[in-house]
Design a binder for this molecule. Structure first.
Ligand code: ADP
Length: 500
């Protein structure tokens, strides 16, 4: 459940990444601190190894005239517990050297014997016999190292005689062991308990700081994720309210600049257009019902009144004719509605062909010729080739609608001029009349469904207000445009532009 939430998944992901990065940095910092500390101690150990090695093999110049080392005092005299064990059958030179070994004063100062954290040393002869050790050397350090210590270094090269083994940590002691070229073993060590304590403190400090940064990062991430996700919640809530029928709902956009803010703005725009389209659809249905109700009312009233008593044949005839006119009007309305429904569904695209608007105009003129004659309106054509691609039936309907209006809204004895031409990448057809024209306030609306500039009068004349709406739908379905210029009292001119 939690892992299906984007917010939790994001949180988990960057929580883990942050933890890995902080742990990496923490371990690195700890290792560096530890390395720095032990490097300093190891340097000190090495310095003391060199001092003892120098004391074991003093330079020839320091020897006295008898060829003896300069420190003749037996070790036992200086420190009885360091007295060498029974010499046994040792060669006289070795016996002499063992007895003679004692750290000279400057080197002895390097070992802080009374201090518990001081450096200590242990020296063994080649045969494993202990030659000397400092008083503060801990018990485990007095154990002779293995006969053959790690003979090779980490890089695989054989360790040279006198080359120290890597310093080692034995409990809380840091020690380095060296085999001199003649075979003595020197071990120098020092307690690092204080340093280990200090390192433990550093580790806790690093862990504490890392933990604090991690928690801060998680809290910051949670805050950003919550703020980032909030618009999505608002979008879903609004979409849910809209789906329950309240199309006026909009998403509250507080961060218009963010990606989700822009998405919310686009969705709000879409909701607004959906609401407008829905309102148009409702208006259209109401208008269609209203338009159909009028002829139905006519039929009902006429028939009820006629059937209320016995009538003369002429009266029946009159009633039937009124019903026929109402039925014809209904048929016209229903055909127009069906045509619009087909256009809205975009069903005419398959039936397009290359044609010339000249033929379309000639066919339409033939269709309205008798209407023009009835109204005593003269039709004038000036046709130039205007090829284009389109549905011939639909384009004929476009020109017929424009011609019917140009005749219907004309004055007796008026004229209609029809021209076709090509202009750039467009085929043009223009229908201009000398009729009543359209008032400026109506011009923006005359292409709307069921819109009539003089609704009462034109409805009575059987005009549906759907002709120009159908015309515009067809033209736009062909990728074209329709424009009107009109001057009340002088006439109107409709121009259709279709892509070649
Ligand atoms: P109608 O069936 O009412 O003619 P249309 O959609 O064809 O419906 O036209 C809408 C309105 O535009 C008409 O009611 C009329 O007021 C106006 N109109 C259309 N063509 C002309 C024209 N040639 N001259 C004047 N008014 C026109």
């Amino acid at each position: 459940m939690i892992l299906s939430s984007i917010k939790w998944r994001l949180q988990l992901w960057y929580g883990l990444i942050l933890l890995a990065v902080l742990a990496g940095f923490g371990v690195l910092a700890f290792q560096q601190e530890r390395g720095r500390l032990f490097q300093r101690i190891d340097g000190e150990l090495q310095r003391r190894v060199n001092a003892i090695a120098g004391a074991l093999r003093p330079p020839a110049a320091l020897r006295n005239a008898a060829g003896q080392p300069p420190f003749p005092q037996p070790l036992a005299a200086a420190s009885p517990e360091l007295a060498p064990p029974d010499d046994g059958p040792l060669p006289p030179r070795e016996r002499m050297r063992r007895r003679a070994f004692q750290l000279p004063e400057p080197q002895a100062r390097l070992f802080d014997e009374p201090g518990s954290n001081g450096f200590y040393y242990v020296v063994w002869a080649r045969d494993g016999h202990e030659l000397s050790h400092s008083t503060n050397a801990p018990e485990p350090a007095l154990v002779l190292p293995a006969r053959e210590p790690a003979a090779t270094r980490a890089d695989g090269r054989r360790r040279l005689p006198g080359e120290p083994e890597p310093a080692q940590l034995r409990g809380t002691f840091r020690e380095v062991t060296v085999r001199t070229p003649p075979g003595e073993i020197i071990r120098i060590g020092r307690s690092v308990a204080a340093e280990l304590l200090e390192l433990r403190g550093t580790a806790w400090k690093l862990a504490g700081m890392g933990g604090a940064v991690w928690l801060l990062g998680l809290a910051g991430g949670w805050w950003i994720a919550t703020r980032a996700i909030r618009p999505i919640d608002r979008i879903s809530e609004t979409a849910a309210r809209i789906s329950h029928g309240d199309l006026s709902q909009r998403i509250d956009i507080s961060e218009a600049g963010s990606e989700l803010g822009r998405l919310a703005a686009v969705l709000n725009d879409t909701f607004a257009r959906l609401e407008a389209a829905f309102a148009r659809q409702q208006q259209f249905t109401a208008d269609a019902a209203h338009e159909l109700r009028t002829p139905v009312s006519v039929i009902l009233t006429q028939t009820q009144s006629t059937l209320s008593r016995e009538r003369q044949p002429a009266e029946y005839r009159e009633t039937l004719e009124a019903c026929q006119r109402a039925a014809q009007r209904m048929r016209k309305l229903i055909e127009s509605l069906l045509e619009l429904a087909r256009l809205d569904a975009g069903q005419d695209v398959d039936r397009r062909q290359t044609l010339d608007l000249v033929q379309v105009v000639e066919e339409s003129v033939a269709l309205v010729q008798s209407l023009a004659a009835d109204r005593r309106v003269r039709l004038h054509t000036a046709l130039q080739p205007a090829p284009c691609r389109g549905n011939a039936d639909h384009l004929t309907l476009v020109v017929t609608n424009l011609l019917t209006n140009a005749i219907h809204y004309n004055r007796a004895g008026g004229e209609v001029h029809i021209t076709t031409a090509t202009e750039g990448q467009h085929a043009l057809v223009t229908v201009a009349d000398t009729g009543i024209g359209v008032a400026a306030e109506h011009v923006p609306h005359i292409f709307e469904r069921f819109y009539r500039a003089d609704a009462a009068r034109t409805a009575a004349q059987g005009r549906t207000g759907l002709g120009l709406a159908i015309t515009k739908s067809i033209v736009e379905a062909h990728g074209g445009t329709i424009e009107v210029t009109s001057e009340p009292g002088r006439g109107s001119s409709f121009t259709v532009r279709l892509p070649v």
